[in-house]
Ligand binder design. Sequence first.
Ligand code: C2E
Ligand code: CA
Ligand code: CA
Ligand code: CA
Length: 275
Amino acid sequence: AKKAGRNKFAYFEPQMDQRLQQMRALELDIKQALEKNQFKLAFQPIVDAEDQSVASFECLVRWTHPTNGKMMPAKFIPAAEETGQIMEIGRWVTKEAIKTAAAWPVRKQISVNFSAVQFQDSRFADFLRRQLKRYNFPADLLELEITETAFIVDMENSLKQLQQLKDLGVKISLDDFGTGYSSLSQLQRFSFNKIKIDGSFVRDLETNPSSAAVATAVAEIGKALDITVVAECVETQEQLDFLRSVGVTRIQGYFTGRPMDAEAAEALLIKEAPA
Ligand code: C2E
Ligand code: CA
Ligand code: CA
Ligand code: CA
């Protein structure tokens, strides 16, 4: 047993070490990215399920590392949450999104992702209020997307802070709905403006009856509580048709529009605007 224990130790330790080193390197890279302005925003249209006109844009962070190339948010966002750097990234994303949308000739709603870790940024509400004022952007055109897991650690405190943000006039949506825990009780505790059905339920709509059932149930909840329901990761006409048929009113996904740069998003709005 002792020998096995030693082997185990010898096997795991270098790996742990490697992970720590990778994390540290990434932390330094993120620090540089913030200092050297390497982050950019991509804007993905969220469209009306009926006529596919643009209802809003979700602003997604993008990062091209000078030597390693494109970095995926799914990788560096969790790392930034671990180091706390997400607080600075979150402020940058929020400011950049407001600044960009404020300069468009067509007023349009935008949303940004708000990480649970950002609840530790006790001055975020103040920051947000100042940015809205600075760019003269209407608060009700900004939405914060919050995932269910944001409420795990300290539900009471999170709800309190969320209410402070909502009191500024911004909208709050519940992201990745259905993947977290106690989704339904959260809907009861806070009045969200939108629910976003997680992409995992959309992906296999046609092949997995339980995913179709979940999507249908969420659409029903939305109707009952009078909350707009968005489906994300919609990639096919069939998915769109099904979602629309069960009462989902907003669609986001590669089928109706990929994330694009600010200029392309602005061009899309101008093209759509009535002459
Ligand atoms: P999310 O908030 O659920 O964002 C949707 C993700 O799905 C985006 O990935 C988007 O590009 C992708 N997507 C959209 N339509 C489709 C589709 O039809 N098919 C497929 N396969 N994917 C689609 P992205 O930009 O790589 O972001 C991944 C996650 O990283 C986001 O998931 C969000 O949790 C996080 N993230 C991205 N930007 C930010 C940010 O600025 N702040 C924070 N806190 N998190 C962010
Ligand atoms: Ca989101
Ligand atoms: Ca999502
Ligand atoms: Ca997600």
